[in-house]
Ligand binder design. Sequence first.
Ligand code: CO8
Length: 259
Amino acid sequence: MAYETIIVEIEEGVATLTLNRPKVLNALNDQVFNELAEAAEELAADQSVRVVIITGGEKVFAAGADISQMASASAVDVTTSDNPSHRAFHLIENMPKPVIAAIAGFALGGGCELTLVTDVRIAADNAQFGLPEIKLGILPGGGGTQRLPRLIGAGRAKELIFSGDFINAEEALRIGLVNKVVPADQLFEEAKKIAKKYADRGVVALRLAKSAVNEGLRMDLEAGLEYEHKCFSLLFATEDQKEGMRAFLEKRSPKFQGK
Ligand code: CO8
């Protein structure tokens, strides 16, 4: 499918999805969310794609949901059950392969929340994060009040949500909001390096490991351990498990087929 507000490129098993509304700092309107959802479905189904990178390019990740679109919205518009942002976020979070966010510049509001549905966040040293919704008289409604406390703890999340203040990349690293900070000119190189590493790993194992972590976070520990054991057992029915262990014993690199 042809997209207008995002660009999708696929190279050596790694898909890069770039937000593309630079004039408004990649503000996320319904069209962006709908295209993100379409692309997430396509990339999830494409067996040649093993890892996905989401970025906003070199200057900005995304300065939030599009305020010009939201300004005149009614409560009825916003409560619609097929909210495009929720659909896009759900599809990205549950993509059956790793998703890496490569973040330069502002990642604010819905932009910050978009990074929270990815699996691993790599920030350029010029990145700035924040949930400024409170200054607009709303709250972070794209999962910010739920996913952020689960990631960095309720106290730190409340500080960001209540103040609307921005934090820099180093602070984001310190509180666990991002995994790594790199010089801005190395952002894409680093994200691709990590993506290629994951692309060489056991395909089904990655899918089930992601599911075990994500689903486990919604369960109590006993149920989570039970679910982990089911995922673990299932892997012994895969070619990937046979290949991975055979390759180890034969002292060579495994070639995983995702079967
Ligand atoms: N929406 C629409 N347009 C935007 C947005 C935005 N979020 N952010 C920037 N723009 C536009 C500006 O209006 C401006 O357009 P123009 O050139 O036509 O005037 C252009 O982008 C450049 O922006 P600035 O001139 O303001 O650039 P600065 O470098 O001076 O400032 C900032 C950059 C600090 C990022 C500033 O633009 C800003 O504060 N932006 C808004 C940040 C914000 O409040 N984000 C949160 C939005 S609310 C939200 O995300 C809710 C998510 C809920 C999702 C779930 C829905 C159910």
